[in-house]
Ligand binder design. Structure first.
Ligand code: SAM
Length: 240
């Protein structure tokens, strides 16, 4: 089995316990990070009838936060689409949001099957690190977004600083998280994958550089909670 396929199978396996593990492992702080991302992007974009695509949507939490934030800010979302290759995660999302007007597509980030220049905002939360064909995915995000559209990325980036806080973060990610995540999901391997995938990803500065290469201008880049999570908001300024 290819590496990408193995990753997707792993998410299929942990889908039933994914939400509980997420809330416990982040002590609920991820909700705050997600809200801040949506609030910032919607106030920055300043249009009031928009289409949003959430890539690597998983169980759909980011989609719900887009919807709630848009409502609060008086923005109409005319289409809210979640894209993910894991049918286990999508099944959970469909079950949770059966009463919502969300659409789901089973597809990879580098081939979403969406129309060119069809989205105002494309988000990917804690997903890009899992995408093996990352550069192809960034090209795809550029293709799917309208000119001036925003890509909104939340991710655990590789640390670039030394120091006590960074060591504490690493200790939590490498020693504590796999134990708790493994206990909740009964799948220790999946939660050992998380710190390894962060190590295999980029630091925040390098990811900003990569976004620029694929036609984006960085609008905002902010690290949360001792650099655990980083928010990137970038605008499509040219086709690539
Ligand atoms: C850590 S979960 C994040 C889910 C959700 N975005 C959230 O914030 O809770 C990562 C998600 O990325 C998806 N994924 C893995 N490889 C992918 C790829 N190549 N393209 C798109 N999504 C992918 C997985 O199926 C999984 O649902």
């Amino acid at each position: 089995m290819q590496k990408q396929e193995k990753i997707v199978k792993m998410f299929d396996a942990i889908a039933p316990t994914y939400d509980v593990a997420n809330r416990v492992l982040s002590l609920g702080i991820d909700i705050k990070w997600r809200r801040e991302a949506c609030e910032f992007a919607l106030s920055e974009y300043a249009k009031d009838d928009i289409s949003i695509v959430d890539v690597a949507c998983g169980t759909g939490d980011m989609m719900k936060i887009w919807q709630d934030t848009a409502k609060k800010q008086g923005v109409n979302i005319n289409s809210l689409i979640g894209v993910d290759p894991s049918n286990g995660m999508l099944a959970k999302a469909r079950e949770k949001f059966s009463d919502f007007n969300f659409k789901f597509i089973e597809a990879y980030a580098d081939n979403t099957t969406l129309k060119s220049a069809s989205a105002d905002i494309l988000s990917i939360s804690y997903g890009i690190r899992n995408v093996i064909e990352r550069k192809e995915a960034l090209k795809e995000f550029n293709r799917v977004l309208k000119n001036d559209g925003l890509v909104v990325v939340l991710e655990f980036t590789r640390r670039s600083k030394e120091g006590f806080i960074s060591r504490l973060r690493d200790f939590y990610l490498q020693k504590i998280l796999p134990k708790i995540g493994g206990f909740i999901s009964k799948n220790k391997e999946a939660y050992e994958y998380l710190p390894n995938s962060i190590e295999g990803f980029l630091d925040a500065q390098t990811f900003c550089d990569e976004l620029r290469i694929y036609g984006f201008e960085i609008v905002f880049c902010k690290s949360f909670s001792a650099d655990i999570s980083t928010l990137f908001v970038a605008k499509k300024i040219r086709n690539c």
